[in-house]
Design a protein around this ligand. Structure first.
Ligand SMILES: NC(=O)c1ccc[n+]([C@@H]2O[C@H](COP(=O)([O-])OP(=O)(O)OC[C@H]3O[C@@H](n4cnc5c(N)ncnc54)[C@H](O)[C@@H]3O)[C@@H](O)[C@H]2O)c1
Ligand SMILES: O=C(O)C(=O)C[C@]1(C(=O)O)C=C[C@@H](O)C=C1
Length: 307
């Protein structure tokens, strides 16, 4: 593959930026990659592991002369970074981000983007529960979606270049409107994280009663279900503060369903439980058969069956 951007600047050097740097290198998509993170410790680690070609001591220094600047910081830090880099952005450059929420990031960043600079928000639907510059890996985006959220006045050629970069990093690219993105992600990512965090809190509460057995004997179900509760607290605090309405809407629906199941258990309504689980199993299996669950053990088989 050939170089898409001569100079790419990554601001915030954690899981996503680290994975982007490695994925861009794997395919030779960037001429030079510069990076900046707020803490000196993170910058030192990034230098030590050679994450970028150059690690700078300010966001502005990293963004200067860049053809693409990608904001890879927690959602609540996007505006401050945009303000810092605005004066050095060169005409024709593209600014993008990887934030898990889109509407508030657009509202916070857009006012700082100078005329002649393209702002194209994005969100790779790929991650792990790990964070920091050592957690990145080149394959993170392979076969995952990256959602681009072009703005009404976005330049098509600039959008196409960013899409080509994400495809080059292994992702499938789709476009979406910001509000739709935030609602979809509230269902598929944000509310599940909240529920996983809560379940670990419940287990911790019970620990006092069960004398540590909950943690010691944590069964596969608990482990599978709560892996994501080990995720970064700053990132997830910012996600919930910034996707408030959609998350509260989905949480309300979730609570209603949970109450219905709670009543069925109390009333011994086995038919209700059986029907509900039959329905939801079919939906979950449908996701695998449609080839959308790249983590599922039978993903390869499902894909092969489809030819
Ligand atoms: N982790 C995931 O699964 C995942 C997936 C897709 C998108 N995202 C989004 O990507 C972004 C980064 O997430 P991550 O998982 O890479 O986080 P991370 O914690 O691994 O890395 C974040 C980095 O940003 C730096 N940082 C924080 N505030 C900063 C500031 N004001 N200026 C400069 N640097 C700053 C931190 O020091 C750290 O290096 C977030 O917006 C998150 O919502 C995360
Ligand atoms: O697999 C995980 O650990 C993730 O939480 C990744 C995950 C997700 O919910 O799917 C988390 C947040 C994102 O913005 C995108 C991806």
């Amino acid at each position: 593959m050939s170089v898409i951007y001569k100079r790419v600047s990554l601001i915030g050097l954690g899981l996503i930026a680290g994975s982007m740097a490695l994925a861009m290198r794997r395919a030779g998509l960037a001429g030079e990659i510069t990076g900046y993170a707020r803490s000196a410790e993170t910058r030192d680690t990034a230098r030590e592991i050679g994450l970028c070609d150059r690690i700078c001591d300010s966001a502005a220094e990293a963004a200067k002369d860049a053809d693409l600047v990608v904001l890879c910081v927690p959602v609540g830090a996007m505006e401050a970074v945009a303000r810092d880099i605005a004066p050095v952005l060169k005409p024709g450059a593209t600014v993008s981000d990887v934030g898990s929420v889109k509407r508030t990031v657009i509202e916070a960043v857009s006012p700082h983007i100078p005329d002649g600079v393209h702002f194209i928000p994005a969100h790779p639907l790929a991650g792990t529960e790990h964070s920091g510059p050592r957690s990145g890996f080149a394959e993170l985006f392979d076969n995952r979606f990256c959602i681009l959220v072009p703005q009404p006045d976005s330049d098509r050629a600039a959008v196409d270049s960013l899409a080509a970069l994400w495809r080059g990093m292994g992702a499938n690219v789709d476009e979406m409107d910001a509000d739709h993105h935030d609602l979809v992600l509230a269902v598929t990512s944000h509310t599940p994280h909240l529920i996983a965090y809560t379940m670990v809190g419940v287990a911790d509460d019970l620990r006092r009663v069960t004398d540590s057995e909950v943690i010691k004997y944590s069964a596969a179900g608990f482990r599978d279900f709560t892996r994501i509760a080990a995720s970064d607290p700053t990132m997830w605090r910012d996600v919930f503060l910034n996707n408030k309405d959609a998350t509260l809407e989905i949480l309300g629906r979730f609570t209603e369903e949970l109450f219905a199941l709670q009543r069925a258990i109390r009333q011994g309504d086995g038919d209700h439980l059986f029907d509900y689980f039959t329905h939801t199993r079919a939906i979950r299996r449908g996701i695998i058969d449609a080839g959308q669950d790249t983590d599922a053990p039978d993903f390869g088989r499902a894909k092969a069956q489809k030819g």
